[in-house]
Write a protein that binds this ligand. Structure first.
Ligand SMILES: CC(C)(COP(=O)(O)OP(=O)(O)OC[C@H]1O[C@@H](n2cnc3c(N)ncnc32)[C@H](O)[C@@H]1OP(=O)(O)O)[C@@H](O)C(=O)NCCC(=O)NCCS
Length: 456
């Protein structure tokens, strides 16, 4: 049952300005109804073409219909093309709860399936779709937009920035040596179907603990577990669960082997998913994976960049960590977004925010109380008696989840902290600058690392 906001978003009209801009080019921007099977199939074929996939067969199309049926689908149509019912551009979005610091969730608009046909590229179609759809979301009061990206160069101009990074680790298994806890519970093999049943509950129990995670999109669990009719090589997946001594299942993992035919004892294992509700489940499942016989190398992606696992092996250099930008955030409503999260330390910061598209432009005072809750009020620019942070909405979005340091952005020249004005015997502003930058950065920082454990 979609929430009222999700329904409003799904069924809302197309933005007039975006429609007009594309009509000027002889193109039609319109919604594609989820129930219009032919229209939806043509839209899915356009998405596949945009992402360099082949034509989808009936089974794959059906899986797409089942999976994306709840999303708001937008297409751009060119009546002059030989296949006018197949869109030349696609865009999908839906309302998803985004986990933010403090164990809370806020509504966000998640964006996916963004493509423009190579025949129609670089004439502003993405810009029209993006600006139009962001405007719709902002009008509905959705505080942030989020996406994962094919290329990191595309979305900064629209105010997005990576706010949660992802870690990929490669472990030289024989060298690693388990040095972590050895919990008393048991690890058992289960079927992929059983994993599919267990995983949503386990994930929902932990999702709000980690800023950057979102509600699992429809169809993702079947994709992971290979329980979709169009799954490729599902038989390669193995699943295990962790049961604590009391009998409750607290975690599960999915992995797959790749044999090494030249040296059987150096086979590879890829961890597709590991969900753990407790520290014991986490340790027991990783220990199981790192002690598999005949495995030379283990890889796992979309992990936290400071995964506890790295502290659970005897030889830290057995693990190589690669970091990538992953969860992109774009604040649409500054007061709603900033008051929607919690903060680790009390403080006051004045914010002077610029926004290329306008939604987040303005000046605010962010006041964080002893309880970590914040109030955000408009600021007229008079002496705030607190450090002033001048930055763009992309930079504010980057620090929003608490894992990108404002100090880093200041050092990179992407944000500026104006010191508190001197009064009486107080030190001159230049002397105060480092302390004020530190104080401002401390307000945004959150001790638990933000992470998103999948792509969408
Ligand atoms: C990325 C894509 C959607 C861009 O569509 P498009 O209609 O050509 O983009 P626009 O003409 O509206 O360009 C808007 C702006 O983005 C820039 N831009 C577009 N694609 C870009 C890219 N791949 N890298 C860097 N900048 C890009 C344009 O230069 C333009 O900049 P400006 O307005 O600041 O001058 C399209 O190239 C595509 O479908 N690529 C393959 C699929 C894909 O990667 N989709 C994104 C999934 S996250």
């Amino acid at each position: 049952m979609p929430s009222p906001l999700a329904a409003q978003h799904h069924d809302g009209p197309i933005d007039d300005a975006a429609r007009g801009a594309l009509a000027d080019q002889g193109l039609e921007l319109r919604l594609v109804a989820n129930g219009d099977a032919d229209g939806f199939r043509a839209w899915l074929q356009a998405v596949a073409r945009g992402f360099l996939d082949g034509e989808r067969n009936d089974e794959q199309l059906q899986a797409g219909l089942d999976r994306l049926g709840q999303r708001r689908l937008v297409g751009v149509f060119d009546a002059a093309s030989p296949d006018p019912e197949r869109p030349v551009a696609t865009f999908a979005s839906w309302v998803a709860e985004l986990s933010v610091p403090g164990g809370l969730g806020i509504p966000s608009v998640a964006i996916s399936s963004v493509t423009v046909a190579p025949t129609h590229r670089r004439r502003g179609i993405l810009r029209s779709m993006m600006e139009g759809e962001l405007r719709r979301a902002a009008e509905l009061g959705i505080p942030v937009a989020i996406l994962t990206v094919s290329e990191s160069t595309i979305y900064g101009r629209f105010g997005f920035a990576p706010a949660a990074m992802s870690g990929r680790i490669r472990v030289d298994v024989p060298r690693a040596r388990w040095a972590g806890p050895r919990p008393d519970g048991r690890v058992d093999f289960i079927s992929r179907e059983r994993f599919r049943e267990l995983a949503p509950g386990l994930f929902d129990a932990v999702r709000l603990r980690t800023a950057g995670e979102i509600e699992m999109p429809d169809g993702h669990w079947d994709r992971f577990a290979g329980t979709r009719p169009d799954a490729e090589h599902p038989e390669r997946l193995r699943a295990v669960q962790y049961t604590e001594p009391g009998g409750a299942v607290r975690g599960a993992a999915l992995y797959a082997y790749r044999e090494n035919h030249d040296d059987f004892a150096r086979s590879k294992v890829g961890v597709h998913r590991l969900v753990a509700e407790t520290a014991d489940a986490y340790a027991a499942l990783w220990r199981f994976l790192l002690e598999l016989d005949l495995v030379g190398e283990l890889t796992a992606s979309e992990l936290a960049v400071d995964e506890p696992l790295l502290w659970m092996i005897g030889d830290r250099r057995a693990a190589t960590l690669t970091v990538q930008d992953h969860q992109y955030v774009r604040i649409l409503d500054v007061p709603a977004a900033l008051s929607g999260r919690r903060y680790a330390a009390p403080g006051v910061v004045a914010l002077d925010v610029s926004d290329p598209i306008g939604f987040g432009e303005g000046r605010w005072l962010l006041r964080v109380g002893e309880d970590g809750a914040a109030s955000v009020e408009t600021w007229d620019g008079s002496d705030p008696g607190a450090p002033t942070v001048r930055l763009g909405v992309a930079e504010l979005s980057a620090v929003y989840l608490g894992s990108v340091s404002l100090l880093t952005l200041v050092a990179a020249g992407r944000a500026e902290v104006v010191p508190v004005r001197a009064s009486g015997d107080a030190p001159a502003p230049a002397d105060r600058a480092p302390a004020d930058a530190l104080a401002a950065a401390a307000v945004f920082a959150w001790p638990e690392t933000a992470r998103l454990s999948f792509w969408y």
